[in-house]
Ligand binder design. Structure first.
Ligand code: CA
Length: 543
């Protein structure tokens, strides 16, 4: 009898244990079904990552070339309402700001020669469309950055036409008088032919036009021109624009950095006097030393050109001309140079823009991993990181400017109404990677990679706000290992394998755990007992 009771008790205990194991097993299976379904580790591993708040300006911005992005009305030209229809797409990718190339009326497709700073080009839509875009962006927490081209106008701008008409009527032996025509002061006219000057038709005068004769340079030292800039800023900031991207700031005064600093300071002071939170980023296509000089103006951001493009630091590392550890060293020297000029600067990393060949053409034999890793190096930089539309699907485009601005490759469907016709005179651009529609189905596509990298960037604010510290014991020619640290945020430790072989690395990430993975293939990233197994072209993030 006693024996039977004992047996019954044991049987009950065994059954209970089996039941508990069963429940645990089923629950685990239910909690992480993606682990079982996904063949790519990052899809499941990063599934629980959530976006955390960052300081203003330290976000991720999508550059939209308006003419080629999305057509809403069937004329083949991208427009404001097309952009509005793609805000779900932009938000889903993890961007929290958009920069639109110029939207003001202009005779060209690119609109970098403005005829009216207070209006929207009718091919792009109406002022009401633009205001609706701003409102919808703000509802989603997306900022809108307006491209502001102030180095020059179009020759068809009313200011230039009035000044030209005045000079055409002015007798040759008379001195011009701006009290008769104030617009004479708006540009740089000269009776002598000089470098960078073009002849004014029907007169013996010349005017400064550094880019081409259709783009006369404004006289930015004129008080009246500066007043106009104030009216323009007031108009758009009150419409809700959050920031401005300043075109060609090194050409304000060609070869005179002090003049450029002076105008940038005026611009920033004027904008901030209207709204202190206005964000300003400048295009200074130059080297680190010259960018640092311009930071002394107090401008928030200047694009970090030395890291970008086919000749930049990132591409050189991917090509093997520089070591992986040089990436972190370059981050530090760049930060030192800019921070000493403006302690509150926000870096503006990017990899390509509308003036550069697209990155998918940089590595001839690459089937994806190198293109992906180069973009990760850009997106893991601190500051406000910029991505040119179409780069998230590895679009192609090089040679003439029009080819760099090919229609966003939404799908292969020739009847897809969203797909634009592209700039006039564009060559046929042959794509290397599939359309967005196809890439969205593929966990290993360029698109899926971008989404994961931005997700990781958004989940760990130390990535966009922190300072990099090289881990010299692990880093080398093809491995970059570094901490990113900033006050008030949890630090992260990042290990990047830029080689074609799997690396087995002994690491000591200060008690941190493997928290996110970025894979370019189906091999798993594993961290066990201080040993990190990092497959070819992959990234491990610890926190
Ligand atoms: Ca259209």
């Amino acid at each position: 009898m006693l024996m039977n009771k004992k047996r019954l008790l044991i049987t009950i205990i065994v059954l209970l244990i089996a039941l508990i194991i069963g429940i645990v097993f089923i629950t685990a299976g239910r909690q992480k079904p993606a682990v079982l379904d996904s063949k790519v580790q990052m899809t499941a591993f990063n599934a629980g990552l959530e976006t955390k708040a960052h300081a203003p300006g330290y976000g991720t911005t999508y550059e939209i070339f308006v003419y080629s992005f999305c057509d809403s009305d069937g004329d083949g030209i991208g427009d404001i309402n097309g952009i509005r229809s793609k805000l779900d797409y932009i938000e889903d990718l993890g961007f929290d700001a958009i920069w639109l190339t110029p939207v003001h009326p202009s005779p060209t497709y690119h609109k970098y020669d403005v005829t009216d700073y207070f209006a929207i080009d009718p091919v792009f839509g109406t002022l009401e469309d633009y205001e609706a875009l701003i409102a919808e962006c703000h509802e989603r927490g997306i900022s809108v950055i307006m491209d502001m081209v102030l180095n020059h106008t179009s020759t068809e701008h009313g200011w230039f036409k009035e000044a030209s008409d005045y000079l055409r009527e002015l007798p040759d032996d008379w001195e011009p008088d701006s009290s008769y025509c104030q617009y004479f002061d708006y540009y740089n006219f000269s009776r002598e032919s000089k470098e960078g000057y073009a002849p004014l038709e029907g007169t013996n005068w010349y005017y400064e036009a550094r880019f081409w004769s259709g783009m006369p340079d404004l006289n930015l030292s004129s008080t009246k021109v500066r007043d106009e800039v104030g009216y323009i800023l007031d108009f758009w900031i009150k419409k809700g624009v959050d920031g401005f991207r300043l075109d060609a700031v090194t050409s304000y005064w060609t070869g005179d950095p002090d003049g450029n600093v002076n105008f940038l300071r005026f611009f920033c002071d004027t904008a901030r006097s209207i709204d202190p939170d206005t964000y300003i980023v400048g295009e200074a296509w130059t080297d680190r030393a010259n960018i640092a000089i311009l930071y002394s103006s107090g401008i928030d951001s200047l694009f970090n050109f030395p890291f970008a493009g086919q000749e930049g630091i990132i591409c050189n590392i991917l090509r093997g001309s520089n070591s992986a550890s040089d990436y972190v060293k370059a981050l530090n020297s760049s930060d030192d140079a800019y921070r000493s000029a403006n302690p509150s600067y926000i870096d503006a990393p990017f990899y390509t823009n509308h003036d550069m060949a697209r990155s998918a053409g940089y590595y001839a034999l690459d089937q994806g991993p190198q293109t992906k890793m180069s973009y990760a190096l850009s997106l893991l930089m601190s500051g406000n990181s910029y991505v040119y539309y179409g780069e998230e699907i590895g679009m192609k485009g090089s040679g003439k400017d029009e080819n760099k601005r090919a229609p966003m490759y939404w799908s292969d469907d020739p009847d897809d109404p969203d797909v634009c016709a592209g700039p006039p005179d564009m060559d046929e651009v042959k794509m290397k990677f599939p359309s967005l529609k196809d890439q969205q189905e593929d966990e290993l596509s360029i698109y899926s990679w971008f989404k994961q990298v931005i997700k990781v960037r958004n989940a760990f604010p130390a990535i966009s706000m922190g300072k990099a510290r090289l881990d010299e014991t692990v880093s080398g020619d093809t491995v970059a290992a570094f901490f990113k640290e900033c006050n008030g945020e949890d630090p992260v430790y990042i290990v990047i394998n830029l080689s074609e072989e799997t690396k087995t690395l002994s690491i000591a990430p200060d008690g941190m755990e493997l928290s996110a993975v970025l894979n370019t293939n189906e091999e798993k990233i594993v961290f066990e007992n201080g040993t990190l197994t990092l497959p070819s072209y992959s990234i491990a993030i610890f926190s």
